[in-house]
Design a protein around this ligand. Structure first.
Ligand code: DAH
Length: 344
């Protein structure tokens, strides 16, 4: 009940003070219900006019109306300003306090390089193929012209799997992605879509090597295979040199060096001038092997070597990544130390 002008003034002051203290939508709404709601204080105030002595009514009524209008318009303004810029600061939130940083994940550098390589070869017309990491000796050796008794088959150089008795073929973690050459040609013939075949096959390979700055028991290769009519060594050389310039830049220095692989004839090694450490000069680093697919390999999968020829290559993805991103030690790629990986 409001019975005097003093009480009216006091109610106005209280209303405006508690309105100023309402700092968010929820507290503003409870203020609205308290003052402007159907059973609110403003309504009660207006209702008490009837109890005011008759001669005071005009002055009292006029002041009451002013108070009501003041409260209502203050509410309107407050409503607009809540949530507006600067409100957080006035409500006691320190906007200069550093936020909680979110560590963003990213793809591993090897994954990115693999995708970049598939992209470069993809633009040259190569499809991407894959094969299993657990292989049999037929795909890892026999059909690649690496016969029984060949030194590359020694257990000391391979991760053979212990097979249950009676399993006909030895199996192993593949030592090279060249296995995918065999798998793709076999599949192309069976399904009737090739040759011609033009693929790259990226993936992991495994060798019981002693780990050092350039060797690891698991590493990555990308295999290439192009089988068509009249494919020659010139196609191989052009493809590889083009690849090197596209991926490493126009001034990439590369060379082919005669070599030997059982599944290619002739065979070559593909080297590139790379500077891995700022304190050392650039030197020739072997990126991998290549050559013209040996007719024995084509025969082994049922492709007629009189009609079809092909080239193949197999490069170390980790080596390529090291060359491109100047990584001096292959172990850095697999330590999973984020302080290193985040720099790439
Ligand atoms: N598979 C060979 C290795 O791991 C690399 C290689 C050499 C692949 C010649 C090829 C090739 O396709 O033609 O050492």
């Amino acid at each position: 009940m409001i019975a005097s002008l003093d009480q009216l003034e006091q109610m106005e002051r209280e209303a405006l003070a508690s309105l100023a203290a309402a700092s968010d939508a929820a507290s503003l709404e409870s203020w609205r219900i308290e003052y402007l709601g159907g059973k609110g204080k403003v309504k009660a105030m207006m209702g008490s006019l009837k109890d005011v002595p008759k001669e005071e009514k005009p002055a009292f009524g006029k002041r009451m109306n002013e108070v009501r209008v003041a409260i209502e318009s203050a509410f309107g303004q407050r409503k607009e300003s809540i949530g507006a810029p600067g409100e957080a600061a006035r409500a006691g939130v320190d906007l200069t306090e550093p936020g909680l940083s979110q560590a963003r994940g990213r793809r591993h550098i090897i994954t990115r390089v693999r995708e970049e390589l598939c992209g470069v070869f993809g633009r040259m017309g190569f499809d991407v193929a894959e094969g299993p990491e657990l292989e049999d000796d037929e795909h890892n050796f026999v059909k690649l012209n690496i016969p029984e008794g060949h030194p590359a088959r020694e257990p000391i150089d391979n991760f053979y799997i212990e097979e249950p008795d009676g399993k006909p073929r030895p199996r192993m973690l593949r030592t090279q992605t060249s296995t995918v050459q065999i798998r793709v040609l076999e599949r192309a013939l069976k399904e009737g879509w090739g040759p011609p075949v033009r693929i790259v096959a990226p993936g992991r390979v495994y060798r019981p090597d002693t780990v050092d700055a350039t060797h690891s028991f698991m590493f990555h290769q990308i295999e290439g295979l192009y089988v068509d009519r009249r494919v020659t060594m010139v196609d191989l050389k052009t493809t590889l040199f083009q690849f090197a310039r596209t991926y490493f830049g126009a001034d990439a220095q590369v060379r082919l060096r005669p070599s030997f692989f059982p599944f290619t004839e002739p065979s070559a090694e593909f080297d590139m001038m790379i500077r891995l450490r700022p304190d050392q000069p650039a030197r020739w680093i072997e990126l991998g092997g290549c050559g013209m697919v040996d007719p024995e390999v084509l025969k082994a999968v049922g492709v007629d070597p009189e009609q079809w020829t092909g080239f193949a290559f197999g490069f170390g993805v980790d080596r390529i990544a090291m060359g491109k991103y100047r990584i001096p030690d292959i172990r850095m790629l697999f330590d999973n130390d984020l302080r290193f990986l985040d720099q790439l």
